[in-house]
Write a protein that binds this ligand. Structure first.
Ligand SMILES: [Zn+2]
Length: 232
């Protein structure tokens, strides 16, 4: 475990206390397999567990990209809505599955309070869905895939790229994939097409391959759906 993790020292943007969190040496972790929605199964350790940085003193919880200075109003909001109710606990060690889920929920609370972008909130929901997938909890996985889709679809039209770390065509593909998983193959095909017709697709061979593959899967599901509707 130690070869994959190291301690990072941080200062909390809300309460200014110092704390440490574990960071992951991502490139060293062996990959087991990849899902079509960009989720990666790693061997030995799961980097998603360490995605959210939680201040043990005041409860401020964000991912690395959002760990930045706040203005007075934002600090006051966190202190009033989160820190006042915060039961002090430290997520700075190796994390369990339950802690991974909890830290993502905490980040959702902080992110929603601060009015973070839909892209950011969507990416948190997507990671929560992946955690539930890893625990074979299909019902909660689907619920959070739907949350992720709602946020990311809004982000696609209203926010600037990169969104959730993705460029436009990769996000179009991901939205298609989420729609397909949620039983909307017709909409999925629309979004795969959007990715496949993007002028940059020729530089993104992997996504191009995946989009074509998943387009076929969605097409078959859609045909089946139409046949069933006819029989009914
Ligand atoms: Zn703090």
């Amino acid at each position: 475990m130690d070869k994959y993790l190291y301690d990072k020292e941080l200062e909390c943007p809300v309460c200014s206390k110092k704390f440490t969190t574990k960071k992951v040496r991502l490139r060293k972790i062996p990959v087991d397999k990849k899902d079509p929605d960009f989720h990666i199964w790693y061997k030995g350790i799961n980097p998603i567990y360490y995605n959210v940085w939680v201040c043990p003193n005041c409860g401020f919880s964000v991912t690395e990209s959002e760990h930045k200075p706040l203005n007075m109003d934002q600090k006051a909001l966190i202190l009033k809505q989160i820190s006042m109710k915060w039961q002090k606990r430290d997520f700075g060690g190796e994390r369990t599955y339950e802690q991974a889920v909890e830290t993502h929920k905490l980040a959702m609370i902080t992110g929603t309070l601060l009015g973070k972008s839909k892209g950011y909130l969507g990416s948190l929901c997507l990671r929560l869905a992946w955690l539930y997938r890893e625990a074979d909890n299909t019902a909660l996985e689907m619920t959070h895939l739907k949350y992720a889709l709602d946020h990311l679809e809004k982000a696609y039209t209203n926010e600037s790229f990169p969104i959730a770390g993705l460029d436009e065509l990769s996000l179009a593909y991901l939205i298609g994939e989420l729609k397909r998983m949620l039983g909307e193959p017709k909409d999925a095909i629309f979004w795969y097409n959007r990715a496949l017709e993007h002028p940059d697709i020729k530089h993104k061979r992997l996504i191009q391959l995946k989009a074509r593959e998943q387009w076929q899967v969605a097409k078959e599901a859609y045909n089946l759906m139409k046949e069933r509707a006819k029989d009914a």
